[in-house]
Design a protein around this ligand. Structure first.
Ligand SMILES: Cc1ncc(COP(=O)(O)O)c(C=O)c1O
Length: 403
């Protein structure tokens, strides 16, 4: 009976094909997996957290086990603002259960079925399926070496506007992009903001990885640039997740943006979730207040750096010369670009038979806009030895498959 009652949107909603692909490799003995996107559990600050959870429950138990404020705990917000060094009003910030929720609320607040959301192509599948489920049409814009291709963006938006389509926002992941590993250059950040201001299109900046930088200089977020350099407090909404720093199980993130939008997103939060988890917020507030955050992030970076280096060395050593790849300075992914006529979905099946997995690039595009000559490699899960052995094997398979 239930199946006949499902809403149209539920019936047509895409599931995460990545989860299905990863599931299809489960149980393969000796498998080397570059497929997942989980942070390493070895980076989770479990000991400090167990102390802070106990303290929070003993000292604040009667208040934190109560329903909290829908916009988020004021104490946590205060600590976040101090940590980030922003002079923001707390009403310009919303705490959510992971960035997935913040992205969902912004989509609900702005998008009607048939509206257009511009995304990078490729982009994070979790957001793409959520956008599609809202009834939005997704228009993917390719990336070049500096980030989203602005000429293509401009062309597309002009064509859409001529066709009377409503472009509601541009979704971008400027730092250590998932899946493309790329970091948007400073100039591209500025050009994108200038364009978005002129074209009156808001930007949703998804930022789960910028603090996982293992070398090189940090770049200002789009949010910071828009506020500080362009004096614009409307164009960028930034969502920051603690999933890759404290652990995704805590389900903690925050959004910063224009008060009007934040209020509307909060109104969605009331309907969907009532309020974010009070206990996690207060624990994270203590984590910040007691000065654990920066040394912990440093530890995460020190932990991941050798894995990235092993991946970069193995790619240089084993991949055939016709494979191009991104050399990230942080995050947890790198991205291989294959020759036009080489299909990573086919390579996936061959690799699986040889006990190596990755995610084919085609899984990171809006429906109907797939490209097949790319793949994503994760370097935060396998051991250093597995990275060496897995890349050697992948390089060999590519040569055999392609010649
Ligand atoms: C780009 C991007 N955005 C959002 C998320 C989801 O983060 P959260 O756990 O905060 O919902 C991820 C997780 O992999 C991601 O890579």
């Amino acid at each position: 009976m239930i199946s006949s009652k499902l809403s149209h949107i539920t019936k047509t909603m895409k599931s995460s094909m990545i989860r299905e692909m990863v599931a299809s490799t489960r149980g393969i003995e000796g498998l080397i997996s570059f497929a997942g996107g989980f942070p390493s559990p070895k980076t989770f600050p479990s000991e400090i957290m167990s102390k802070l959870y106990a303290q929070t429950l003993v000292e604040d138990g009667s208040s934190v086990l109560q329903y909290g404020a829908s916009e988020g705990d004021p104490l946590f917000k205060q600590e976040l603002l101090k940590w980030e060094g922003y002079d923001l009003d707390p009403s310009e910030m919303l705490i959510t259960a992971g960035s997935t929720n913040a992205i969902y609320y912004m989509t609900r607040a702005l998008v009607d079925p048939g509206d257009v959301i511009i995304c990078e192509a490729p982009s994070f599948l979790g957001s793409l399926v959520a956008f599609e489920a809202s009834g939005a049409e997704l228009v993917g814009i390719p990336l070049d070496n500096e980030g989203i291709d602005l000429n293509k963006l401009q062309e597309k938006v002009e064509a859409l506007q001529k066709a009377n389509r409503k472009v509601k926002f541009i979704y971008t992941i400027p730092d250590f992009h998932n899946p493309a590993g790329l970091t948007m250059s400073l100039q591209r950040r500025k050009d994108l903001i200038e364009y978005a201001i002129a074209a009156r299109i808001p930007i949703l900046e998804d930022n789960p990885y910028s603090r996982l930088r293992f070398s090189g200089e940090s770049l200002p977020t789009l949010f910071k640039l828009a506020r500080m350099e362009y004096g614009n407090n409307e164009v960028v909404t930034e969502v920051v997740s603690f999933s890759k720093i404290l652990g995704p199980g805590m389900r903690l993130a925050f959004a910063k943006g224009n008060r009007v939008l934040i209020e509307r997103m909060c109104s969605w939060q009331q309907k969907v979730n009532i309020a974010p988890d009070n206990v996690s917020q207060r624990v994270a507030a203590r984590f910040l207040a007691e000065g654990y955050m920066e040394p912990h992030i440093q530890k995460c970076c020190d932990f991941y750096r050798p894995y990235l280096n092993a991946m970069l060395n193995a790619m240089a050593k084993y991949l055939p010369p016709y494979i191009q790849y991104v050399k990230p300075e942080g995050g947890i992914f790198t991205w291989l670009r294959l020759p036009e006529d080489m299909n990573a979905d086919e390579l996936f099946e061959i690799a699986k038979a040889h006990k190596v997995t990755f995610i084919p690039g085609s899984k990171f595009y809006p429906t109907g806009q797939e490209k097949f000559n790319a793949l994503r490699l994760n370097f935060s899960y396998s051991s250093l030895e597995q990275i060496e052995v897995g890349l050697e094997s992948l390089g060999r398979m590519m040569e055999e498959f392609y010649t």
